[in-house]
Write a protein that binds this ligand. Structure first.
Ligand SMILES: Nc1ncnc2c1ncn2[C@@H]1O[C@H](COP(=O)(O)OP(=O)(O)OP(=O)(O)O)[C@@H](O)[C@H]1O
Length: 859
């Protein structure tokens, strides 16, 4: 069998190697072939360079440029060129050299030719080698087939069983084939399914692509925006950069300056350091010297200390002696004070306590008229509008309470006086001062519900009840309270809600009683506004406490009364800017205060006549202003600069009052004998009064018969009724004791009358000094009785409360009766004292400009 190998094909020829088996030789067979044969495929693999050379058949190789030839000679080019092309090149070159005959072939073409020939040789030897290898392979394969053939022949002649096995195997292979076909079907279905999925996938891919497109567009827009933004930012950043650069330049400049400055500083510091160093060296040297000195000083000081301690111990012993002496001195001082008070008591001086109220909210606290408050009652007042010595004035009183003094402190200094009421003394405490200076604060207190705020009134009554309770084993006390207001010279009972004009005495058993009564009284008190103080009260308020005590052992009785008076404001009329009703009120207030001053100074001068009747105020206070009473005046001051002139006139008045000596106070204690005597005196008085009445009646009859009636007749009659002893009858007052008085009438009436008058608080001095005065007092006495009697006969209620209370309390004697009727009598006449001998000091104090109220002219 011959083997035929197509080696290569060029254009229309193919070169084939053919083995001649019989000869064992190979031959090349070149055959013609048509277009589209494998040479085309081969041509495709040939480098186009050689193809170009191949196409140069009609040209001349000698004309090829050397570069082209060297490029062709590169082994790679030749390797890739088809053998046909190489042969064509060889043929071409040989033909060209034949044509040119004797013309020598260019060297480079010859090299190319050699190279191409070498390549062709190499290829042919390769082919031969390859053919030999193939031949060997085929021989081996042939042997294998031969042996197989033999096996198959053996097999073909083998047993039918083996055939059967082969058949089975064939069957098995068929089954396998069917299975494979089924599997194929399934796989085809899978392919269909996968195709569908693929379509779906394609569809999804297209949707995704669309989305991607949209996203891409959005992204592009966003990119655009970002780009714009980035550009803007870039511009801004650029600006910022420029600024920063400017700053940087400036800072660099500054740094340079600072560096220069710090260098200078450094230099100066180093110089300073140097100088300090030398200074410190010097100081250290000085210090060493000082240490040496101090050592010597220490020694000296120790020496001196020793000396001092010796002297101190010596002084200590001396000081102890001094301290003992000082203690004794204090004791002596306290004793002195006690003795001074006793002397005052004996002299009966009117005590004067000054109280300065604190500044009220809204007042200028910086400017005050009070410069100094001494512990011993000294007070320095300054006039801020004046300079020098004249601007200061020193006053001295029993006590001065500063703005910080509490209600309790004030009361503690008043307590002994108040307690003496229980021992039968008459006590009068009144607060005097301009409007708003704190009179009501001191007497009543700002708030009755707070015990701490209680003024003197509450505290006094509370104290009296307290002491009377403590003494209940030896004394029985009965306490009655009366509260009146004097407004425009009219006396008003503040405790009777039905506004009855007489003042009633209210028995009280406890402080609670008193608190209730005083609450009613304060509510009834007339208050109104003025330019100075909205809470100003333009009336005098008098709280009277009557105490009657009986000694359970001796049956001796004692009577004491306490008048607590909150006077109306003492300022001058012009200052309160009052007109009309207010002016009238102010004039009444001034008049009554003048009358108070008159009484005080008449008492001080031991004047024969004391003008109690010049005002309702003095009439009410009569029993407590007499020689046997203890009197205390609270002088209230407003520290404000605007009130300086009022403060000064108030203090001047107080200064004069404090100098007044009333004589030692006397207790109203009565033994049993004295009381019986008193009752006899009263009865005799009654008899005399009756006789006088009869005489008067007879006289009247006689006058009527002798004198013809005229126009003044009636008035004269009335006048005689008022001023003469017009037979006051005592049948309406007095109770059981009246009988005794009547029985004991007659003998020794002069003496008895004198004794009775000694007990009477009315015009004590006038009674003692002159017969005329005594007669006048008696006249007044009868006149009051007559008034009460007339009132009762007239069927009015006047005096009913009064007598009831008097009887209730057992104050049925003439003295009490007169005192109470004085207060209740709204129709009492003025000016029964006609001598007018006492010059009114108060008038000058209160009316320095001579603007006296009209009422005073009657004096
Ligand atoms: N010692 C004090 N401490 C605190 N406040 C006081 C003191 N004294 C007075 N006051 C206050 O000063 C104001 C005037 O006081 P108060 O009404 O007692 O004066 P007054 O002299 O009674 O006046 P009037 O003449 O109008 O009755 C009140 O608001 C009162 O509370």
């Amino acid at each position: 069998m011959g083997l035929k190998i197509r080696v290569f094909a060029v254009e229309y020829k193919s070169f084939e190697l053919q083995e001649d088996e019989s000869r064992g030789q190979w031959s090349i067979q070149i055959t013609e072939r048509g277009m589209g044969e494998p040479s085309a495929a081969l041509m495709h693999h040939v480098g186009h360079k050689f193809h170009e050379v191949f196409q140069l058949k009609q040209g001349h190789y000698a004309d090829l440029p050397p570069a082209k030839i060297s490029e062709m000679m590169k082994s790679n080019s030749l390797d890739n060129a088809p053998t046909q092309s190489l042969l064509s090149v060889v043929n071409g070159i040989l033909e060209e050299s034949f044509e040119r005959k004797n013309v020598e072939m260019p060297h480079r073409v010859a090299s190319l030719l050699r190279k191409v020939m070498q390549e062709i040789e190499r290829r042919i030897s390769n082919q031969a080698e390859h053919l030999r290898t193939q031949n060997n392979l085929y021989k081996a394969r042939e042997e294998r087939y031969q042996s197989r053939l033999r096996v198959l022949e053996t097999l073909a002649t083998g047993t039918s069983e083996e055939t059967q096995i082969v058949m089975n195997q064939l069957q098995h292979i068929k089954t396998e084939k069917i299975k494979m076909e089924e599997k194929k079907k399934i796989e085809e279905q899978d392919v269909v399914r996968l195709m569908k999925e693929k379509d779906r996938g394609v569809f999804e891919i297209s949707a995704l692509k669309q989305e991607l497109e949209i996203a891409k567009k959005t992204y592009e827009q966003r990119c655009l925006q970002l780009e714009t933004h980035a550009k803007e930012s870039e511009v801004k950043l650029q600006e910022k950069l420029n600024e920063l650069e400017c700053l940087l330049t400036e800072s660099r400049k500054r740094v340079k300056e600072l560096e220069a400055f710090s260098e200078l500083k450094c230099e100066s510091w180093s110089k300073k350091e140097h100088s300090y160093q030398s200074f410190m060296d010097y100081q250290f040297r000085a210090l060493r010297e000082l240490k040496v000195h101090s050592e010597s000083f220490k020694l000296e000081i120790l020496e001196t200390q020793r000396g001092y301690s010796e002297e101190f111990s010596h002084l200590g012993s001396k000081l102890k002696g001094l301290a003992d002496a000082a203690e004794n001195y204090h004791m002596v001082l306290a004793e002195n004070r006690r003795l001074y008070n006793e002397v005052q008591d004996l002299k009966g001086n009117i005590r004067v306590y000054v109280r300065i109220r604190p500044f009220l909210p809204g007042q200028n606290k910086k400017q005050t008229t009070i410069e100094y408050i001494g512990e011993n009652g000294e007070l320095v007042v300054v006039n801020p509008s004046k300079q020098g010595k004249d601007s200061h004035r020193l006053f001295k009183f029993n006590k001065v309470f500063g703005p910080s003094a509490t209600q309790e402190e004030v009361f503690l200094d008043t307590q002994p006086l108040i307690r003496s009421v229980l021992d039968g003394f008459n006590v009068c405490i009144f607060a005097y001062g301009q409007t708003g200076s704190g009179k009501t604060y001191t007497m009543t207190g700002p708030n009755a519900s707070s015990k701490q705020d209680w003024g003197v009134n509450y505290r006094a009554l509370n104290d009296l009840f307290h002491i009377s309770q403590n003494r209940r084993s030896s004394f029985i006390y009965e306490v009655g309270v009366q509260m009146v207001e004097i407004y425009n010279e009219q006396v008003r009972d503040l405790l009777s809600s039905d506004a009855v004009p007489d003042a009633s005495m209210h028995p009280v058993k406890s402080t609670t009683n008193v608190l209730e009564l005083m609450k009613i009284g304060l509510m009834n008190r007339a208050v109104g506004a003025t330019a100075l103080n909205e809470r100003s009260s333009r009336s005098h308020s008098v709280l009277t406490v009557h105490v009657r005590g009986t000694d359970m052992e001796t049956s001796a009785a004692l009577r004491g009364s306490l008048h607590l008076v909150d006077l109306a404001g003492s300022e001058r009329v012009d200052r309160s800017e009052a007109t009309g009703d207010r002016l009238k009120e102010a004039q009444h207030i001034n008049k009554s205060l003048s009358a108070l001053g008159d009484v005080i100074f008449a008492l001080a001068q031991k004047s024969s006549h004391v003008p109690y009747r010049n005002s309702k105020l003095t009439q009410v206070l009569q029993s407590s202003l007499g020689g046997q009473a203890k009197t205390l005046m609270f002088v209230q001051l407003n520290p404000d600069v605007d009130s300086h002139s009022e403060t000064l006139s108030t203090l001047k008045f107080a200064e004069r009052v404090s100098g007044v000596e009333l004589g030692a106070a006397r207790s109203n204690k009565e033994g049993r004998d004295v009381r019986e005597l008193m009752e006899q005196v009263a009865s005799l008085k009654d008899t005399i009064a009756k006789k006088n009445e009869e005489i008067e009646r007879l006289q009247l009859h006689k006058d009527l018969r002798t004198v013809p009636p005229n126009v003044n007749g009636e008035k004269r009659g009335a006048s005689s009724f008022r001023y003469r002893s017009s037979s006051p009858s005592r049948h309406s007052i007095g109770g059981p004791s009246q009988q005794n008085r009547r029985l004991s009438g007659g003998k020794g009436s002069g003496l008895i009358e004198k004794a009775a008058l000694d007990q009477d608080n009315c015009s004590e001095y006038s009674d003692k000094k002159s017969e005329t005065g005594s007669q006048q007092s008696m006249d007044d006495f009868r006149h009051h009785k007559e008034f009460v009697r007339q009132s009762k006969l007239a069927g009015g209620d006047v005096g009913q409360n009064f007598s009831a209370d008097v009887e209730l309390l057992g104050f049925g004697d003439a003295d009490s009766e007169e005192r109470l009727s004085d207060i209740s009598d709204g129709g009492l006449s003025m000016g029964t004292e006609t001598d007018g001998s006492t010059c009114s000091v108060v008038e000058f104090t209160l009316f320095p400009e001579g603007a006296k109220p009209a009422e005073n002219t009657e004096k």
